[in-house]
Design a protein around this ligand. Structure first.
Ligand code: ADP
Length: 706
């Protein structure tokens, strides 16, 4: 597995495996058929790509979508791994050329669509290749219970049987419901496979359900607050997609649309604009997304309830594939459930399947009403046990709304409606309360009312929102018809007579998804330039999180650059110089040199992906290796290994700090720290004799802090 670890660093630039990846890779390398269920964005691809580099011969990847294939092959080539695909976008000559290359061992991975296996001629060509692993991506397509049933997946097992040297078969999916699981095991022709179900939790995603808001307003406010972020807005119908799209476009947003009513060129263009960051917001029906590996989607908003939890988690899961914090918001309104019911009816499914669909829809509706932790609900739906009660990262766990006394506001609004003789809609009432000088207000003489302008401190929208809540709570009511009029309900009388208090839940303002960062924007621009020049999507150049780490750690040389998550040797070779130059220039301009230049110092802080690295060092240390030997074995600098040891000690692992502190200097180091302070290491180091190294200082700090 050391080899696998090295490949992860060298080609992908990642330091540690994510949950489950290591076990799955080991299972494949042990020659076992392997079935892995991991949520979208968890990192399935690496689980078959790394074995492909360690096995002799070729890995055949069955993948359901042309765009997905191209994307993965681009990403692999970008990382310096030889891969190609064969699908209907190629001419016969190109196909033969690629097969010939494959025969000559040019590629480690060959991606094909399942339909290809239906062609005898093609299968015959494949038989001449040395295929050591067949990796089936999106394996749920083999099952008619899955949401993307593809009959040609049924041809995979018969094809494998025809090969004289049976390859290892590995299957990957994000759908774990019982029927689908059973189908995959029985229909893919596994031989006693190892099954791995990694946690379905995507910790970087926050989930919210929002009910009873004006959805259009919500979208405007949201995109305005997150105007530099990339996001997807899913709506249930083409008409709704068109509406939202048109409104956002008119407001000047870089927005695109995608639905089955557009022709294939329009859809392709829209998809590419999104992938290449030419548009930031994609408004789409559920036709959009399969095969989109774009890693920097920061939010996914569902304008309407989707048909079931599987669809929801898959669509919402398109946010935050790069591991950065992202938001998944579902806007609930009861009418949308009727639409989904109608769609189920239209499908004319066999009775049992129809019942199944209704049940799943109900479970989706329950999600929108559950008072418990939304993450817990999702994870339990997907069969996870022992899920904690609170995630603190969903709208139920973080319900920060406060019960506020709004009696005075209610009295102002109710009396204004009364004085306007209960004859107008919410907008005009709000305008009068705000003291608007618009024509209608003035021509009716409402500026002469005693309630004119008594709620100046609120926006019109805030007043309208309050009115809507008073309607929902029965203090006011709306007449039917195209232009509804707001009238006083019976409940309002007690309030107007000062006999009753009104309490309302008021949400605190949400914080922005990300913080501003000038360097991040500069690097994003550079990435876009490279993307245009090389005709690959920006996230194939570097992911958002890689750029974010660069803008946090300011790497100024190749050595520090390679430590950034997501930069392997190939990427360093290709883009290192350009990014280093840009960062160098930025750092100089802003005079940041002194602040954070030494990435070695801050390397420990690159926590998430490096969690286990110091423990690996610790284990070698326990085996009796010297720090120098460990540095050599791990191909890391001594400095990093020293930092690992200090970190282990801080975390309570059995490290003898005295090993690192020269006895004769211990008291001098303590004195120096006392007189200079412990904020910065450099001045301490400079004040001490040359042969006292950083490790000794850190070890002393650690020893006396405990
Ligand atoms: P999936 O196919 O499971 O939806 P991908 O294979 O596309 O997910 O991986 C999602 C993202 O996670 C990609 O950007 C990938 O580079 C990244 N990733 C995968 N494994 C790791 C890892 N060990 N460390 C850091 N990032 C990883």
């Amino acid at each position: 597995m050391l080899q696998a670890q090295k490949i992860l660093k060298k080609y992908y630039g990642y330091e540690t495996f994510r949950l489950g990846q290591e076990k799955i890779i080991k299972s494949i390398l042990d020659g076992k058929d392997t079935f892995a269920i991991m949520p979208t964005g968890a990192g399935k691809s690496i689980c078959f790509q790394i074995p492909s580099l360690l096995l002799d011969g070729l890995t055949l990847v069955i993948s359901p979508l042309i765009s997905l294939m191209k994307d993965q092959v681009d990403a692999l080539n970008g990382n310096g791994i030889k891969a190609t695909y064969i699908n209907s976008s190629l001419t016969a000559i190109e196909v033969r050329e690629r097969i010939e290359n494959a025969k000559n061992g040019v590629y480690k991975l060959l991606y094909v669509a399942p339909e290809r296996l239906e062609s005898e001629g093609f299968c015959h060509l494949l038989k001449n290749l040395h295929i050591s692993l067949v990796a089936v991506d999106e394996a749920h397509c083999v099952s008619q219970w899955g949401h993307d049933f593809r009959p040609s997946y049924g041809g995979i097992a018969p094809f494998v049987r025809t090969l004289s040297n049976r390859p290892i078969v590995a299957a990957f999916t994000a759908t774990a419901t019982k029927g689908v699981k059973e189908d995959i095991v029985s229909l893919l022709g596994f031989k006693s496979p190892n099954l791995y179900v990694t946690g379905f939790d995507r910790k970087n995603l926050s989930f919210s359900v929002i009910r009873g808001v004006n959805k259009e307003d919500f979208i405007y406010d949201y995109v305005k607050e997150n105007k530099d972020e990339v996001g997807i807005i899913y709506a249930a119908t083409r008409k709704e997609v068109e509406n939202i799209y048109e409104n956002l476009r008119k407001k000047g947003y870089a927005v695109g649309k995608y639905h089955a009513g557009l022709n294939s060129d329009e859809r392709k263009k829209s998809q590419e604009d999104f992938i290449y960051d030419d548009i930031h917001i994609m408004v789409a029906t559920n036709a959009f997304g399969m095969g989109i590996d774009k890693s920097n989607v920061r939010y996914v908003i569902h304008y309407n309830i989707p048909k079931n939890m599987e669809a929801y988690y898959q669509e919402a899961g398109r946010a935050g594939r790069d591991g950065d914090d992202s938001e998944c918001v579902l806007l609930f309104s009861p009418q949308d459930v009727l639409l989904q019911k109608y769609l189920i009816e239209q499908n004319n499914l066999p009775e049992e399947r129809e019942k199944n669909e209704y049940r799943k829809l109900q479970e989706m509706v329950d999600y929108c009403h559950t008072p418990k932790c939304l993450r817990k609900y999702i994870l339990e739906y997907f069969g996870e046990e022992k899920v904690g009660d609170l995630c603190n990262n969903c709208s139920n766990c973080n319900d920060d709304s406060e019960l506020m006394d709004v009696t005075i506001e209610a009295q102002k609004i109710f009396s204004c409606i009364y004085r306007m003789k209960e004859k107008y809609g919410t907008s005009l009432v709000a305008q009068v309360l705000r003291g608007s000088k618009n024509k209608k207000v003035l021509s009716f003489g409402f500026d002469g009312l005693s309630t004119y302008g008594i709620m100046k401190e609120y926006t019109e929208k805030e007043i309208k929102d309050m009115i809507n809540i008073f309607i929902a709570e029965g203090y006011l009511h709306l007449t039917e018809g195209q232009y509804p009029i707001v009238k006083l309900g019976e409940k309002s009388v007690g309030v107007l007579k000062n006999k009753e208090k009104v309490l309302q839940k008021v949400h605190k303002k949400k914080e922005k998804v990300t913080t501003d960062n000038a360097l991040f924007e500069v690097l994003r621009k550079l990435r876009k330039e490279i993307s245009t020049r090389e005709k690959v999507p920006p996230y194939i150049v570097f992911s958002d999180s890689t750029l974010r780490q660069m803008s946090e750690y300011y790497p100024i040389d190749e050595e520090s650059m390679i430590r950034i998550k997501g930069i392997g040797e190939e990427k360093l070779k290709k883009y290192g110089r350009e990014f280093l130059k840009t960062i160098g220039k930025y750092v100089k301009q802003k005079g940041i040199e002194k602040v954070k230049i030494n990435i070695e110092e801050s390397i420990q802080e690159i926590k998430d992906e490096k969690v286990a690295s110091h423990v690996v060092t610790f284990n070698l240390y326990k085996e009796g290796k010297s720090l120098k030997e460990i540095a050599l074995t791990r191909e890391m600098t001594l400095f990093t290994i020293q930092n690992h040891m200090v970190r282990c000690a801080t975390e309570g692992l059995a490290v003898d700090l005295d090993d690192f502190i020269p006895e004769e200097y211990e008291s001098l180091i303590i004195q120096t720290i006392k007189s200079i302070g412990a904020e910065k290491l450099k001045p301490i180091k400079e004040a001490l004799p040359k042969d006292v190294d950083y490790l000794a200082i850190k070890a002393v700090l650690c020893k006396y802090n405990q």
